[in-house]
Design a protein around this ligand. Sequence first.
Ligand code: SF4
Length: 424
Amino acid sequence: MNAPLIHQPPCGGIDLRQEQGQRAVFCGLTGIVWLHRKIQDAFFLVVGSRTCAHLIQSAAGVMIFAEPRFATAIIDERDLAGLADANEELDRIVTRLIERRPDIKLLFLVGSCPSEVIKLDLSRAAQRLSGRLAPVRVLNYSGSGIETTFTQGEDACLAALVPDLPRETEAAAPSLLVVGALADVVEDQFLRLFTAMGIADVRFLPARRAGAMPAVGRGTRYLLAQPFLTDTARALDERGARRLPAPFPLGAEGTTGWLRAAAEAFGISEAVFEKATAAGRARAGTALAPHREKLGGKRVFFFPDSQLEVPLARFLARELGAELVEVGTPYLHRGHLAAEIEWLPPGTRVTEGQSLDDQMDRCRAARPDLTICGLGLANPLEAEGLSTKWSIELLFTPVQGYEQAGDLAELFVRPLRRRALLEV
Ligand code: SF4
């Protein structure tokens, strides 16, 4: 029997439905693969099983030759049966790690399904170890796969950082905080644009080094760079920071809307904003033009996976002329995505949640030109003659900002080109 699609109250002009059922997503441990590159003196210790170790080793396979900044403390049968004191074992492993690796300044204990099953209290462990190993900071968050999506790992990690951030003084002038892990090159480009607009005090969360995390207080205005940072935003709000409502910086239009939100909050004139962004907008327009020919009119189907689906769908529809068959998303944060929902073509079918079999049936029936989905679904769909794009690639690749707009479009063109070659 098919799971019912539940129509939701009107939300912008979209056709929003919810469904529940079997899901196919990676867990939050996956975030370690891009986070460990971002915070350069942090270490991620997963407290989990051999399955967890295999997941991050294979997801981050290319890093195996580098000095690793992640590892798994394996919980084995003895721990699961309560025969060993897992806390003692963990303290021993962490102490040895810090002795061997003086370059580690920030250690994350990352919880997993097995650590949750044995109810290992990692927040107490983090407090205990922080006291013992100072000045090394030890924090914890959960990357467990139960009822989560893989991008929630980053949200949980950044939310764990917030209580530890320095407090901005009440008298401090307003500062701009960009929230969400971005490639360094993208961060530098944004910094140049903000500077050109005259916004001098711009900070990033996470910072590249543990000792350089941004101060946050009532004067902080923040822009989310990623749409999946619900818990982080809540923690920042509790600190007194204020979110600037904006679309996300994907594509030329999204980037302009995102930068404009900061410009308006900091009283930057339209003339200065235009001058600062004109060259970037023009370059993005030129880079997108050839891709518009290839993606225009193509029918696109999104499976729910990364939580980037709504901004990506908006980009594909508005800037590249694609037709949206269905936009699946694991969660739809109505507040954070308000500007994006507004920009979706009227009547766009958005499905929140997942019932895998039903969605596969709808996808097969629609036979879209391009399907954006998780790794596990891509192969079967390819075998059925459908072109697919792995949504996880959009997290590993720099895609935000004007300079990357063409690269982002290219990521969607590539599977179409490959399929065309195969058919020839
Ligand atoms: Fe699997 Fe859970 Fe470990 Fe993720 S955290 S790899 S879902 S056991």
